[in-house]
Structure formats: structure tokens, C-alpha cells
Design a protein around this ligand. Structure first.
Ligand code: SPV
Ligand code: MG
Length: 575
């Protein structure tokens, strides 16, 4: 169901009368379920036709007894109950915003009709058209069908009863004349029109199954005189199914104010269904049938599924996505300064490295934080975070620490190395990224050589751009081609800073690839000497090799990694 056409009964109900009041000839298309309702409601043609700009759409929707019954596999003989018809009507109302005109068949007897009118008006329907035949009626279009007309006075009384139960001025009751269908001629139709108009009906529909519009045009002419005689202005309705060469413009000029295309969407769907089913049988596969079908995506779009996908993604961005900080390893370089504490517990300007990360994350409303400790785990302390222990930290890599927090990954997560300090805006920018997997990558190495001997996680971007200080902003897809610390720094375009975001889908892909690697590989793997110690970047490279798209968010500075004593001095100076 699409919410795009959402409206209220009281807003929609009066729209048909408004269109008529504006003097418009109302163009109406049939619908028989929610999907065809969306088609009728949203169909549009726009462009240049014979040097003039045109923009056309349908003004209203016809809920047809023929197509509602046929779509349920039933003949159009009032065998589909009103309750079932009302169900279809509600289905169409729920996904459309244009006025709905309901085919009320005979309306049943006057008592039945009162209930029909009150339910339709309450639902937001704009008009009901009832035909002056005896229940159970037969469809009007098949030649040779027995048609029994109602007593005009009994029918007029039904109209009066219907009018009396209305609660608003918005709803219209239109009488449909079946005299031409039953072979009773123009005079009978006109006499009945007069009776129904005097009973207070809001409009008249003249029906015909002739291939030629002559008889309805004659009726239209006489009807004009009749309205003049009665000093009334009540719209005339036609259903040009059989007399289909006459144009809307000609019908409008003849005095018709509502023109109903009464069954075309159902007939189109039925023809396509037959053709597609035969094509499948002939070819014993679906390839040949595909061009005859709408794409699945087109259907998704029509019924609002793509909107849902987008909203889910937005919600995901707003959500308090879990953060995993792998902090298990013992740091061989800074060991002499740490006095047996984990590196995350190192104080920088009076606050621990970890506490600084936590407050940066909290400022971006990220409060679901899990720290994975290992070395000196009993000394890992921080407020309002969960601390897990990777007891086997000596034998694995940081990747294993990340997977120690496996239960936090299911709905997407953020991964942050434990030894970097960040400016807040980097997290905010990352949270705004919509892609499934986004790593944060710094482009400083394009301007400044990496320091000799420093082990960095280098990236090669798929779309290499020439380094330049001044750059016109051109939209490139920031996609990774390579990642790893053994990449030649000369060929690298970026440095991975140790921060990444995984959507729910991205997390699924990450977890599945990890599982597969652990189960099915032995020995050397990507840059790792042994799969037992493969790293985060090895897994990302494996995903790239398997065809997953890994995006990156490009930044320029605004972060600091604490790898050496000089870094601590620098951080102390800044903070
Ligand atoms: C319908 O669409 O159900 C109608 C019009 O009543 S017709 O089928 O032409 O009778
Ligand atoms: Mg009908």
C-alpha cells in the first residue's frame, strides 16, 4: 500500500461536485483493486502534442461492478455481495486520492439502498450510480441478454429514500437509464429521466451498447431541453465502451459532463496475463515473458515499497547504532609508558583515551558502546559502556576482538579502533552516509608523503583522481579498490583511519564473509601469513575481491592516531 495518496473521506467526498461546479468535463477510469486504483489515480501523460503543451490525467475513479466481479472470477449479475464490493471500495480508497464513483448496480430495494448510500458516503465515496433494472440485474453489454427494467415510480422512490439518509451535500446519487439497453427507445429513457430528476436525483447516466454514438447524442440533445423545461442543471454521464471512436471533446460538446472508461484496466490486465502465461508454457522459462511484464521494481515503486526501504535507511541513521571498540591487544611500542595498563587507559591531558572516544561518540548520540578488552582486561574501566573480554587476544587479531562483540552487529554497527582521537564532525558525517559499508579514509597522503617506516592501512580508491590542493567539487563514487598495510605508499590514495560503519545489510555481508573465510581457508590469506591472524583490512579486501561494494568517506585531517610517544606529546599539546 502506498501512503503517497493518503487523504480523508471528508476531503475527498466533495471533490467530484467541485470539479463539476468548475465546469470541467470529468474523465473517469475504472479500478477493481488497490493496484489498479493506484494506476488510475496516478496515470499521467505530459509533453508536446501538435505544438501545444499537454498534461493529462484522470479526474476520478470508477468502481465497476463488471470488473470487481470479474476480478473475483464472477459474472456481473449482483452475485458479488455489497459487503465484498465495499471491501474492494475500501481497498481503492486506501491508496488513492481522487474522487471515487461507485457502480451501485440496482441498489437493491429502497432499504438496501439506504444502507448502501450511508456506508459509501461515510467511506468518502463521491457518487453512486444505480441502474433502473430489477434485482438481480444482468450486465448491459452482451447482446441478447434478458433485461428487465424497474417500475420508474418505484425506482424514483428508491432515489428519494437514498437522498433522505445523506448527511452531507457532497455525495451524489446518479440514476442510470437502461431503456436503450433494454430496447425501449429514447422516449422511455426521457420519461424516466424526468421522473428521476423530479425525485431529486443529482445526475443522469444514459447507457448504450450501440457501436454508434447516435442514440446517446440524440438523448443528450433532448436532455438539454428537459433540463431547461425543469429549470435544472444536473450532469449527464456516459460510458463509451462500445461507441469508442467518439472523442471526449465531442462528447463534452454534446453536453456530457462525466465520461467513464468503465473496464479498460481489467481487460488490459487479463489480456496480458493470458499472453504471459502462454509465453511461459511455450518457452519453459521466463526470459521471453519478461518484456511483457512490468519489472518487480516498478511494482515495488507503485505500492510504496521503495519508500519503505528509504525510511528504514533513515531510521537506521537516526538509531543509536552500536559501536564496537576493539581494544584487546598489548601495544609493543608504548608498553614502557603504560605500566601494565591497556593502551585505551592511557591518559591524555588528564582523561583516558577511551573516555575521550566515548564522549565524542556520545556527542553524536551514540551511547551503545562495547569495548573489547584482552590484555590487562581487569584494568579496562570506563563509564556507561559494556566491556567484553577476548581471552584469546594473543592468538588472534583485532578482527577476532571485533567478533567477540558479534551479538552487537546484527542491525548494523560502527567499528572504531581504540587508539584514535577524532573531531566530532567525522562521526556526524559518517552517520549521514547511506551506503551499506563505509570506511573513513583520509586523503592527506595525496599532499604529503607518509612518514618513513610507519605502518599504515593504505587504501587505493577505485576512481583515482589526480591529487591537487584546489579541486572543483566533482561527485566521484568513493569506492575502495584495495586496502592493506603492504600497499606501496606511492600508489595509495588514502589512509584508513580505523573507523567504519556497517548497515544491517553491510553487517550481514561482513559476518557471512568472515564465517566463510574462517571455515574454508587455511594458511596464508590476503596480507596475513595465516588466516588465524587475518585482520580487519584482510577481510575487507576479501569482500572487495568477492564483489561487495565498500565505500569510503573522504576526510582531510581532524583525527590523530596514538601509535608512538610523539603522538602522545602532540595530543597533550592539542588537548
Ligand atoms: C460496469 O462497469 O460495471 C458497468 C458499465 O456497469 S457496463 O459494464 O457497461 O454495464
Ligand atoms: Mg455495472
Amino acid at each position: 500500500m502506498t501512503l503517497a495518496n493518503n487523504t480523508l473521506p471528508e476531503i475527498r467526498r466533495g471533490k467530484l461536485k467541485s470539479l463539476l461546479r468548475e465546469g470541467k468535463t470529468v474523465r473517469v477510469l475504472e479500478a477493481h483493486n488497490g493496484l489498479s486504483g493506484i494506476v488510475a489515480n496516478d496515470a499521467k501523460v505530459e509533453g508536446i502534442l501538435e505544438d501545444a503543451k499537454v498534461a493529462r490525467e484522470f479526474d476520478a475513479i470508477w468502481e465497476s461492478s463488471l470488473t470487481d466481479s470479474a476480478s473475483k472470477g464472477h459474472p456481473d449479475i449482483e452475485v458479488v455481495s455489497f459487503d465484498s464490493r465495499l471491501h474492494t471500495i475500501q481497498e481503492i480508497l486506501a491508496v488513492t486520492s481522487k474522487p471515487l464513483i461507485v457502480d451501485g448496480d440496482t441498489g437493491g430495494d429502497a432499504n438496501n439502498f439506504e444502507y448502501m448510500v450511508s456506508k459509501l458516503e461515510r467511506a468518502g465515496v463521491s457518487a453512486v450510480i444505480i441502474e433502473d433494472k430489477v434485482f438481480p440485474k444482468r450486465n448491459s453489454l452482451e447482446a441478447g441478454t434478458q433485461q428487465t427494467l424497474a417500475d420508474p415510480d418505484v425506482f424514483a422512490q428508491k432515489i428519494k429514500r437514498g437522498k433522505n439518509v445523506l448527511s452531507t451535500e457532497d455525495f451524489m446519487i446518479i440514476a442510470r437509464l437502461e431503456s436503450l439497453i433494454a430496447g425501449k427507445g429514447l422516449e422511455d429513457a426521457l420519461a424516466r429521466a424526468k421522473t428521476y430528476l423530479l425525485a431529486g436525483v443529482d445526475g443522469i447516466m444514459i447507457h448504450s451498447k450501440s457501436k454508434n454514438p447516435e442514440e446517446i447524442l440524440q438523448f443528450a440533445q433532448s436532455y438539454r431541453h428537459l433540463l431547461r423545461e425543469l429549470d435544472l442543471d444536473k450532469p449527464l454521464v456516459c460510458v463509451p465502451t462500445t461507441y469508442n471512436t467518439i472523442t471526449e471533446e465531442e462528447l463534452s460538446a454534446a453536453g456530457f459532463r462525466i465520461i467513464i472508461y468503465a473496464n479498460h484496466l481489467l481487460r488490459a490486465a487479463y489480456k496480458s496475463m493470458i499472453e504471459v502465461s502462454k509465453t511461459l508454457l511455450l518457452n519453459q522459462r521466463s526470459f521471453e515473458a519478461d518484456p511483457l511484464c512490468a519489472s518487480v521494481r516498478e511494482i515495488f515503486k507503485a505500492v510504496g515499497f521503495l519508500d519503505i526501504k528509504e525510511k528504514d535507511q533513515q531510521d537506521e541513521q537516526l538509531a543509536n547504532i552500536p559501536v564496537i571498540i576493539p581494544a584487546a591487544g598489548e601495544d609493543p611500542i608504548l608498553k614502557p609508558l603504560l605500566n601494565g595498563k591497556p593502551k585505551a587507559m592511557m591518559e591524555i591531558a588528564g582523561t583516558t583515551l577511551l573516555q575521550r572516544q566515548i564522549s565524542t561518540l556520545n556527542q553524536a548520540n551514540l551511547t551503545d558502546i562495547t569495548v573489547v578488552a584482552g590484555y590487562a582486561h581487569d584494568q579496562m574501566k570506563a563509564e556507561s559502556v559494556a566491556i567484553l573480554n577476548n581471552a584469546d587476544y594473543k592468538n588472534g587479531s583485532m578482527l577476532h576482538s571485533i567478533f567477540t562483540a558479534r551479538e552487537k552487529m546484527n542491525n548494523g554497527f560502527l567499528m572504531l579502533y581504540s587508539d584514535i582521537l577524532l573531531e566530532n564532525h567525522i562521526i556526524t558525517q559518517l552517520m549521514d552516509c547511506k551506503e551499506d559499508i563505509v570506511l573513513v579514509a583520509d586523503n592527506t597522503i595525496q599532499y604529503q608523503r607518509a612518514e618513513e617506516g610507519k605502518v599504515l592501512d593504505f587504501i587505493i580508491s577505485k576512481n583515482k583522481r589526480p591529487p591537487s590542493r584546489r579541486r572543483i567539487s566533482v561527485v566521484y563514487d568513493n569506492i575502495l579498490a584495495k586496502i592493506g598495510n603492504k600497499i606501496n605508499p606511492e600508489t595509495a590514495t588514502h589512509e584508513f583511519i580505523g573507523l567504519g560503519k556497517f548497515s544491517k545489510t553491510g553487517a550481514e555481508q561482513f559476518i557471512q564473509t568472515y564465517k566463510d573465510c574462517v571455515q574454508n581457508y587455511k594458511g596464508k590469506f590476503q596480507e596475513a601469513d595465516d588466516i588465524a591472524r587475518f585482520t580487519f583490512t584482510d577481510l575487507i579486501q576479501e569482500m572487495i575481491d568477492r564483489g561487495f561494494v565498500i565505500n569510503f568517506l573522504e576526510i582531510h585531517q581532524g583525527w590523530l592516531e596514538i601509535h608512538r610517544e610523539e603522538d602522545i606529546a602532540l595530543a597533550n599539546k592539542f588537548l
